[in-house]
Design a protein around this ligand. Structure first.
Ligand code: ADP
Length: 166
């Protein structure tokens, strides 16, 4: 059983994330999408539990994908869930530097763990959760950026305006 973990902030999940999820789910037997509570990004628009719910809503048709949340180091989470692969998406060269550093750190923490990089589809190369939040604040059409099932929730969260503590 090849089990992989796709960690990230997913605040909120975007079409770029969903593309990586679908492609990784086609490669691995099982994929755990893991909302990791990142000390470098201590607060977010959505709480970790809400992010999990949004990802579940857009992956319910993918039987080998599950969604979870972790407060610990991703390497520790992988070890305790007996996963030996992390999946990461690469958008630009600027992603590469920090992602390769993180991959080496994770391998140091858990030597059986490897990181697999999937390149972004060019149509999603500019897309990040930050871009989505900015567009939503200006009331822009989000249909090219987030899965349609969650557009309403993103819009109402942003217009509600109060960021969630983690
Ligand atoms: P961001 O807040 O920048 O969207 P995340 O921490 O949520 O970042 O991203 C989780 C993972 O998904 C990272 O490996 C990131 O490089 C990748 N990713 C984010 N957006 C995209 C995209 N548009 N295409 C491919 N990979 C992406």
């Amino acid at each position: 059983m090849r089990r992989a973990i796709y960690p990230g902030s997913f605040d909120p999940v975007t079409l770029g994330h969903l593309d990586i999820i679908k492609r990784a789910a086609a490669i691995f037997d099982e994929l755990i999408v893991c909302v990791s509570v990142n000390s470098a990004k201590p607060s977010g628009l959505f709480s970790p539990q809400e992010r999990v719910e949004l990802i579940r809503a857009v992956t319910e048709d993918l039987p080998n994908v599950s969604v979870d949340c972790c407060q610990e180091l991703v390497a520790e989470y992988a070890k305790s869930h007996r996963a030996r692969v992390l999946v990461k998406g690469l958008r630009a060269v600027s992603d590469y530097e920090s992602e390769i550093q993180m991959a080496m750190l994770n391998a140091k923490l858990y030597p059986k763990l490897d990181t697999v990089f999937l390149y972004t589809r060019p149509k999603y190369a500019f897309l990040s959760s930050t871009v989505v939040k900015e567009l939503a604040r200006y009331g822009a059409d989000l249909s090219d950026f987030v899965p349609r099932q969650i557009i309403g929730r993103v819009r109402s969260k942003v217009t509600g305006g109060v960021p969630n503590p983690m």
